[in-house]
Design a binder for this molecule. Structure first.
Ligand code: ZN
Length: 461
């Protein structure tokens, strides 16, 4: 199972809810086959990038962009370990592509391309093995970057006093020390940190100066006879918990130039005030377009293929949901094969709140008289969800009603959240097939499904 996960070439496309105020990362995906990260924002952004060693990781910052969800980590496998998306500080979203231990990237071959200021792709060269005999030293006597912050061993075994002051422009934190002093080997050193929102730390005889992001957290100092721990306010210092984090040194950080986007998107009109909006952006719905790639699903009248019907419907459902404030994970967003197991695993790993699989039905070609929509659930706790979405379709679309049914579909049995499967009509049906081939009808169907999901969310979460 693990192997199959690792060979999955495209990680889920995640669409995040994007309320109107501004600058949000709205989707990202890592294409393992093309070694390419793609992401979109709902406002223009000029990313910055750097490569940091030990472990090698490509860091992409999106200034003026925020994330409506907590940090997300996606395991990739192979020479690329994982992709993490998080909020670096109050106004910067950070994407991190971390390589497997022992591998690095040639920073000169990392290519950024902004097809617009809202759509970016980052293509990585194949990761290379690090020559371990040449790996640089990562540590300094008397100074450690710890899992909590920083630790400075002082020169004398005496209890110091420390006062912390932040500069008026908020870009510097000065920790003044009395009753002890900074060890000689640190004095007048400026160390590049690039961690925890701290750019550098400079040591003077009785002051430690941190240059920080103006909108980053405040820091405090905790003293003991052994030394001084500098940690973010609200963070904790655990006595004795000084697990050392490798210290990045100057030559281990390489800035990567990012060219400006090819096109600047004109400002968009704001959404209609009457739009249905769900305030809780922590709701994540997995939308699962059935079949794809070598698996066309059902084939109907005029060669109409199920996979080509359900993908545009699913993409439109995702668009409407994310516009309304519900985050969306898609099991596929283009024409590719994904196993049933992978679909369920994606939803479970993401701890999706809801799961909606979208399919089209088929029966023998000699039964064009069979038409209509069906909605399935397996677990009884999903029954209500199925009813709500099914009813929404019947309310909005004149289509045959084949009812809400219980069935043992794999994706319904193996997803750990309320989950349903909608059969949007028959590709073999004389009435349904021409409509399923029509983009306008598909949009209508998507709207009806999305409204049903939103109705269920607003009633239950
Ligand atoms: Zn199907």
């Amino acid at each position: 199972m693990t192997l199959r996960w690792l060979t999955l070439s495209l990680l889920g496309l995640v669409l995040w809810a994007s309320p109107a105020e501004a600058g949000r990362l709205t989707s990202w995906q890592f294409d393992n086959r093309a070694n390419q990260l793609r992401f979109t924002t709902d406002d223009g952004v000029q990313p910055t990038a750097k490569l940091i060693a030990n472990p090698a990781r490509l860091i992409i910052d999106l200034p003026g962009t925020i994330l409506s969800r907590p940090t997300v980590t996606q395991r990739v496998g192979g020479t690329i370990r994982e992709v993490r998306i998080g909020q670096f500080n109050a106004s910067t979203t950070r994407l991190v592509i971390e390589l497997a231990p022992g591998y690095t990237l040639d920073p000169e071959r990392v290519e950024f391309r902004g097809t617009s200021d809202r759509q970016w792709q980052v293509t990585l060269p194949p990761p290379e093995r690090i020559d371990l005999n040449q790996s640089p030293v990562t540590g300094l006597d008397n100074f450690q970057v710890t899992q909590n912050g920083f630790f400075v061993r002082l020169a004398e075994l005496a209890q110091p006093q420390a006062t912390v002051r932040r500069s008026g422009d908020r870009k510097e934190i000065a920790v003044s020390i009395r009753g002890n002093r900074i060890p000689d080997n640190l004095q007048d050193q400026t160390i590049l940190i690039n961690r925890y929102g701290v750019d550098t730390i400079r040591f003077e005889p009785d002051v430690i100066r941190l240059t920080v992001a103006a909108d980053g957290p405040d820091w405090r100092a905790a003293v003991s006879r052994a030394g001084i721990a500098i940690v973010p306010s609200g963070g904790q210092v655990l006595n004795g918990d000084r697990t050392t984090v490798p210290l990045p040194s100057d030559e281990q950080v390489v800035q990567i130039p990012v060219p400006p986007p090819e096109r600047i998107t004109p400002p968009q009109p704001t959404a209609n005030p009457g739009d249905f909006r769900v305030p809780n952006s922590r709701i994540l719905t997995t939308i699962d377009p059935g079949h794809g790639g070598r698996d066309p699903g059902a084939i109907g009248i005029g060669g109409l293929q199920e996979k080509d019907v359900v993908l545009p419907i699913s993409l439109e459902v995702a668009r409407i949901l994310s516009e309304a404030g519900v985050s969306v994970l898609m099991t596929r967003s283009d024409d590719r094969f994904i196993s049933l197991q992978e679909r369920a695993v994606m939803a479970n790993r993401a701890r999706s709140t809801l799961f909606v699989s979208i399919h089209a039905n088929a029966i023998s070609m000699s039964r064009p008289d069979v038409n209509g929509v069906e909605t399935y659930f397996f677990s009884s706790r999903s029954r209500n969800f199925a009813n709500t979405v099914h009813q929404s379709i019947l309310n909005q679309i004149r289509i045959g009603n084949r009812g809400v049914k219980q069935a043992r579909f794999y994706v319904l049995r193996n997803t750990a959240m309320p989950s349903i499967l909608v059969e949007v009509g028959f590709v073999t049906g004389a009435q349904d097939a021409p409509r399923l081939a029509d983009p306008a009808f598909r949009d209508q169907m998507a709207r009806a499904i999305a409204d049903g999901i939103l109705r269920y969310v607003s009633d239950n979460y």
